[in-house]
Design a protein around this ligand. Structure first.
Ligand code: 5AD
Ligand code: SF4
Length: 464
């Protein structure tokens, strides 16, 4: 079979790491059709907007991007026509993927009928077929937002594309928790875990291609319950222990977790598995039991505190990250004070905080006591100030220490590399390029709010 002409593929990705992973897999699937990634929509043969619906304005941003793409598509169609060539010059295919596509498929078809493809997160393994149909299909997008019975993971190509020292690996998808503010159970569908054998095979391929660190991904990753090679059901801890056996895989992380699914075995894995990094993203959302109940989080503040205590007992250097929502319907000053109290007690190395945003179709959007924007703004500012100070102090505490850094990217200037600490901090240092992709001891000499500066002296000594 001859290789198809080289075509340019531009993918714009919004949102979570699962979307980043999905975009990578879309590129893998399209590669055999002759598509190679490019970094601009201009002149591209195919543009995919891989969208996120989790918070405000996502849909409007997608429509405004689509508005900008339309003239590019028309220009390309004009050029293809003028050339009248047989060298494969075809119109641009414009696709909307991800959770906005899933939630707003018909609306996209109505408002932007010149879009070619609209597909959700569970159907992108059918891209080759969709692309072929798009070429024959004009005037109305092909909308594919089913939740197919077969899993896309059984239909994705084995070879992952371009790889670096850090890689994502999707192990679980969807969510059955139904927090009242969240669209994920509707856009990503029911909880689903991949088979362990497929995950282990993908991890071995990634490691062989140079990955030293793998982050296991899932909307509810610690609810993982995939079939093991022996037919039994494996939890996440069992999977992590098996991954830790892979030669050359030096670091393992997982995200995002739910406090309810932090079971004994997983906590024990933090104690027993040295490759499991001492950093955990464990969203709490609020410190108020009343609000946590209204959010249907299925845990209260004290349950969360106890889980953290047990994790810290298992792995004393564990650093924590979390997600917070301020201004959930009915949140009072007192509820918000409980959130600040929890943050002060626990201490976070990193955090993401958001103003509550009513998502159409979710139960909380229908609640009466929605808060005014100004109140949400004030609370967000107060919370972020506290979290910012904790993050700054955590980073400052690294100064003077020698820590293992995975050098995974070239630096901003020649002679520099960037890397990642065990606690997810970015580290900048002068270091020779041949160390890219390795873990080196680095002395931290300075700390900023969002990054650390290290010195390569130790690296040079090692090399000497
Ligand atoms: N409004 C604000 N933040 C939200 N998140 C999810 N849904 C909403 C919403 N409707 C936040 C939660 C979640 C993170 C990924 O996004 O904090 O953990
Ligand atoms: Fe959304 Fe809650 Fe599921 Fe997380 S656990 S994906 S916040 S419904």
């Amino acid at each position: 079979m001859s290789t198809a002409v080289s075509k340019k593929l531009f993918i714009k990705t919004w949102g979570c790491q699962m979307n980043v992973y999905d975009s990578g897999r879309m590129a893998d699937i399209l590669a055999p059709l002759g598509y190679a990634l490019t970094d601009s929509a201009e002149g591209a043969d195919m543009v995919i907007l891989n969208t996120c619906h989790i918070r405000e304005k996502a849909t409007e941003k997608v429509f405004s991007d689509l508005g900008r793409l339309r003239p590019l598509k028309e220009a390309k169609a004009g050029a293809a026509k003028a050339a009248q060539s047989e060298d494969g010059a075809e119109p641009m295919i414009v696709a909307v993927a991800g959770c906005v596509a899933q939630a707003e498929g018909e609306e996209i078809a109505r408002r932007a009928p010149w879009v070619d493809l609209v597909f959700g997160p569970q159907t992108y393994h059918q891209l080759p077929e969709m692309v072929a149909r798009a070429h024959r299909h004009a005037g109305r997008p092909l909308v594919n937002t089913d939740f197919p019975v077969e899993s896309k993971f059984d239909h994705l190509p084995g070879e992952a594309g371009v790889q670096g020292a850090t890689a994502f690996l999707s192990v679980q998808e969807g969510c059955d928790k139904f927090c009242t503010f969240c669209v994920v159970p509707y856009t990503r569908g029911a909880e689903y875990s991949r088979d362990a054998a497929g995950i282990l095979a993908e991890a071995r391929r990634l490691t062989a291609a140079g990955a030293r660190e793998i982050t296991l991904l899932g909307q509810n990753v610690n609810a993982f319950h995939g079939e093991g090679p022996d037919g039994s059901v494996w939890g996440l801890a069992r999977l992590i222990r098996a991954l830790a056996e892979i030669d050359g895989l030096e670091r393992i992380r997982y995200t995002t977790s739910h406090p309810r699914d932090m079971d004994d075995d997983l906590i024990a894995a933090h104690r027993d598995v040295p490759q499991l990094m001492p950093f955990l993203h464990l969203p709490v959302q609020s410190g108020s039991d009343r609000i946590l109940a209204a959010m249907n989080r299925k845990h209260d503040g004290d349950t969360y505190r106890r889980v953290i205590d047990r994790l810290r007992a298992a792995r004393p250097d564990l650093a924590l990250s979390s997600d917070f929502i301020v201004g959930f319907p009915g949140e009072t000053d007192r509820d918000f004070a409980d959130t600040l109290k929890l943050v002060t007690e626990i201490g976070f190395a990193q955090a993401y905080s958001f103003k509550y945003s009513a998502r159409p179709g979710t139960p909380a959007a229908a609640l009466d006591d929605q808060l005014p924007e100004a109140a949400k703004d004030d609370r967000l500012q107060a919370l972020q100030q506290l979290l910012w100070a904790q993050q700054g102090a955590f980073n400052q505490g690294m100064v003077g220490r020698v820590i293992p850094v995975l050098l995974d990217r070239p630096g901003r200037r020649p002679g520099q590399l960037q890397g990642r600490s065990p606690w997810m901090q970015s580290v900048h240092l002068q270091a020779p390029a041949h160390l890219l992709g390795t873990i080196q001891p680095v002395r931290i000499i300075d700390a900023k709010q969002l990054s650390l500066t290290g010195t390569a002296d130790l690296v040079a000594e090692e090399a000497a």
